[in-house]
Ligand binder design. Structure first.
Ligand code: HEC
Length: 169
């Protein structure tokens, strides 16, 4: 029982490490981004912070903490209306999928909170892993194209005005 729990904790910690490594790469790639960041980016950064707090709470079996963090992830803020329209315009016909990924964040974060409330470490761990998968699934499908479109593309709405190479006179 105990070694099982230890394994689960070690697994969670290694998952966080993998998540962090991936995010560091993303952050570096984004250093060259010129346009104003989307509000979505700040929302994502806060999600990441809360995921760390949650993982830490699970590792320490601090269930009241985990329960407190869960709604911060489940009910994370939405971008302002105008930005939402831009995002919807870009996502286009994939909007159903995009929203479903966001919905699974809600669902799994709530499930982690519920498990924590009943001191169910195994359940919390399981749901946390599903929650992480939801983050990854959406990133795998959308993050790259978002960054290309909203930060680095040649499309008029995101064209850098300073330091653009090879700009026509
Ligand atoms: C519905 C899709 C979706 C879901 C679900 C999602 N993300 Fe994101 N995430 C994005 C998009 C799109 C970007 C790119 C935003 C940008 O660069 O402005 C992003 C970027 C990020 C970034 C990089 C921010 C930066 O500084 O460049 C982090 C960190 C992040 N997400 C964390 C998370 C975490 C943690 C979760 C799960 C709790 C999550 N995301 C769930 C769509 C999603």
């Amino acid at each position: 029982m105990n070694h099982k729990r230890y394994f689960a904790t070690a697994f969670a910690v290694s998952m966080i490490g993998a998540l962090l490594a991936g995010l560091a790469t993303t952050a570096q790639a984004n250093d060259i981004a010129l346009p104003e960041p989307l509000a979505l980016r700040k929302i994502m950064q806060d999600l990441e912070k809360n995921m760390h707090l949650m993982a830490d709470g699970i590792a320490r079996e601090d269930w009241p903490l985990v329960e407190k963090i869960a709604p911060r992830i489940a009910d994370h803020p939405q971008p302002p209306f105008i930005e939402k329209m831009r995002i919807m315009g870009f996502v286009g016909t994939h909007i159903g999928k995009y929203k479903a990924y966001d919905g699974s964040i809600y669902e799994h974060a709530q499930a982690v909170g519920k498990a924590a409330k009943s001191n169910d470490g195994h359940g919390a761990m399981l749901m946390f892993r599903k929650l992480q998968e939801s983050c990854d699934n959406c990133h795998n499908e959308f993050q790259k194209s978002f960054v290309a479109h909203f930060y680095n593309s040649n499309d008029a709405s995101a064209r850098p005005t300073v330091g653009a190479k090879g700009a026509a006179p």
